[in-house]
Design a protein around this ligand. Structure first.
Ligand SMILES: [Zn+2]
Ligand SMILES: [Zn+2]
Length: 294
């Protein structure tokens, strides 16, 4: 018998929504009041109100009333959302570097410690070595399986709610984490499942669903197909830091009593792999509070 949704499914259920990520990102950059969010984002009142409520329910923001008549609240971050900075920084870097459909280019990130515009470098927290997908081995843990890693619903976008469209900040990231099967499919690509029939059998998704996601990833240049196999492109492989930072956050905040969903091992040092991001300019390990937009 399989258990319920594991840490990965719960993470996707919570974060697989672009507004949620954008609001958390603004909160990490210092927005707390309603007007801070409407100043920073092209968000409607109904969408913002609904997301603020769900973010409080998910313990990603706290609601604190600072005025009673009329009632005014501010929404400071929680430890749970504060620890999303490695994932958001990795998404920002990937979209900035690889996605060309942004109407206005995303600004660079600046490291307050050294003052330079930087890119985050993924390293192994145990041995401080720079790491790519080739250096990390993934295995299912006790609560891991494809079925348990897929959320029952993707995200809570209401019917009739418009997509962000041309104004989107993370357009292609959302095709991976804002889609019920996108994340699983990309993880499958990283562990080397590259044939259509194998993907279908392993993931247990309808063939049309798999075909549609493969077409999207191929059109976006994340996968390319040769001889009936779907392989990650350089752009696809560059998404690896987002995956491991998302996984790290998921397993920290949604621990399963049975044990982790996924176990990562660093080939270099043989220890459990946990991501640490380092500034490529000054080589110091990054902290969320020292990152700002340029
Ligand atoms: Zn290591
Ligand atoms: Zn630096």
């Amino acid at each position: 018998m399989t258990g319920g949704p594991n840490a990965v499914a719960r993470m996707l259920g919570t974060l697989g929504d672009e507004w949620t990520l954008l609001i958390v990102q603004q909160a990490l950059l210092g927005a707390t009041r309603y007007g801070d969010f409407t100043d920073a984002l092209p968000v409607s009142h109904s969408v913002l109100s609904a997301r603020l409520r769900s973010l409080v329910d998910e313990d990603l923001l706290t609601r604190r009333e600072y005025q009673t008549r009329p009632s005014r609240a501010e929404y400071p971050v929680t430890p749970r959302s504060r620890s999303l900075w490695p994932m958001l920084t990795s998404i920002w870097e990937w979209e900035r570097t690889w996605v060309t459909e942004h109407v206005t280019p995303l600004p660079a990130m600046r490291h307050a410690s050294c003052g330079a515009d930087f890119s985050p470098t993924l390293t192994c927290r145990a041995c401080d070595t720079q790491s790519t997908e080739k250096d990390v081995v993934a295995q299912w843990g006790p609560s891991g399986s494809w079925a348990r890693s897929t959320p029952s619903t993707t995200h809570r976008r209401r019917s009739g709610e418009r997509r962000l469209g041309a104004g989107a900040l993370f357009p292609q990231t959302m095709s991976v984490i804002g889609d019920r099967w996108g994340f699983a499919l990309l993880v499958a690509a990283f562990v080397g499942i590259d044939r259509f029939t194998d993907l279908q059998t392993e993931l247990g998704a309808p063939p049309g669903t798999i075909a549609h996601r493969l077409a999207t990833f191929t059109a976006e240049g994340i996968l390319h197909s040769t001889g009936g196999r779907y392989r990650l492109t350089e752009k696809g492989r560059a998404f690896f830091p987002v995956l491991v930072c998302a996984l790290e956050w998921a397993q920290r905040w949604y621990p399963d009593p049975e044990g982790p969903a996924v176990l990562l091992t660093h080939r270099g040092c043989g220890r459990r792999f946990h991501p640490a991001l380092v500034c490529d300019q000054c080589c110091v390990r990054l902290r969320g509070s020292r990152i700002m937009t340029a």
